[in-house]
Design a protein around this ligand. Structure first.
Ligand SMILES: C[S@@+](CC[C@H](N)C(=O)[O-])C[C@H]1O[C@@H](n2cnc3c(N)ncnc32)[C@H](O)[C@@H]1O
Length: 329
């Protein structure tokens, strides 16, 4: 079990398959991209599957989410999913993607055992998409979403980040479109995890503001009376349900107290929090021939030291050295 000193137990593993991405979202990375990890630094497919196996069989992980960077850029993604789906006990498997290439791979991913996808889409306007991501790929994302739904990778969730002056007026339109197309929309507050350190609290579109926009057009009722559990998204039933909308208020209403996550970067470092400033090196131990039991012990030790909170509310908050794309979002 992955326990920390505050009594939290991690059961949800985020695995980054690559730090590379084919978009350049302004809230994530600069136009020119980043210094990518060199191939020898990346875990191989076998190494990833071994670590996921240890997490599932020895550490109590029940859910595995593949992410990145853009996980669909990893050539072995379907094989990795297939091998993780064969583990006993079988974990829930999902993938967070920008949707580019999903139209081609959705069925293969489903056949390999993927349960669900989250697709990131911040705008319905192709020209805004191009300004926000610096790429002309809006059509590909829409096609990817449709393919995921048709392949049964459901519920297909959409992650949207609102940016001041770009798409901050789009919450109601995004929700209306998501309802029409049977996608479950969640808004994510912009977090200070961009490589260029451009995040400013005053500029952030808050959960409160998003909810204000939505309630001008829809009736929202909290999904559960009080229990949010470890789910990062607070969810509301829309117009009486069953459709829902979520808001992940990582900055203004953090959910650290109920956090059940652990993370593995594409270069084999365990992180106990998205905002942690320390990592634990499993790759070196793995490549120096340590047995599963020792890797599990290192992972347990990494989680034991998890801090109470992300520290975002502390004036001395320092951004982690690595940006979101390198950690795995
Ligand atoms: C880092 S991406 C990785 C997976 C994949 N490339 C994608 O686009 O979904 C995961 C999620 O993090 C979100 N994200 C990236 N930078 C962010 C930031 N600074 N604040 C909030 N969300 C962010 C993206 O919008 C996306 O929904």
């Amino acid at each position: 079990m992955l326990l920390d000193t505050y009594g939290r137990v991690a059961t949800d593993l985020r695995v980054s398959l690559t730090d590379r991405c084919n978009l350049r979202c302004t809230y994530c990375m600069p136009e020119e991209g980043l210094q990518w990890l060199a191939k020898p630094e990346l875990l191989t497919d076998d190494e990833i599957v071994r670590l996921v196996r240890i997490a599932v069989t020895e550490l109590g992980i029940t859910e595995v989410r593949f992410t990145g960077g853009e996980p669909l850029l990893r050539p072995g993604v379907v094989g990795i999913v297939e091998r993780c789906a064969a583990l006993e006990p079988r974990p829930q498997l999902s993938l967070t993607t920008n949707g580019i290439g999903l139209a081609r791979t959705a069925e293969a991913l489903r056949d390999a055992g993927l349960d669900r996808v989250n697709v990131s889409l911040d705008t319905l306007r192709p020209e805004v998409f191009q300004r926000l991501t610096r790429r002309k790929r809006h059509d590909d994302v829409i096609a990817g979403l449709r393919a995921a739904r048709d392949a049964g990778l459901t519920p297909v969730k959409i992650n949207s980040v609102l940016m001041r002056g770009l798409n901050d007026d789009e919450a109601p339109a995004l929700l209306a479109w998501a309802l029409e197309n049977d996608y479950e929309l969640r808004f994510i507050e912009q977090m200070p995890l961009d490589a260029q350190h451009g995040w400013q609290r005053a500029n952030m579109v808050t959960a409160e503001e998003i909810l204000r926009q939505l309630t001008a057009h829809f009736t929202l009722a909290p999904e559960e009376s009080s229990v949010r559990g470890s789910a990062p998204a607070e969810r509301w039933l829309v117009n009486g349900g069953p459709a829902k909308v979520g808001v992940i208020a990582s900055v203004t209403r953090p959910f650290c107290r109920a956090c059940d996550r652990t993370r593995l970067t594409a270069d084999g470092q365990v992180r106990n929090c998205l905002f942690a400033r320390e990592e634990s090196d499993l790759r070196t131990a793995l490549r120096s021939g340590e047995p599963d039991s020792r890797l599990a012990e290192l992972w347990r030790a990494a989680m034991w030291g998890k801090k109470a909170g992300s520290g975002l509310d502390d004036p001395s908050f320092l951004q982690p050295q690595r940006p979101m794309s390198a950690i795995g979002g």
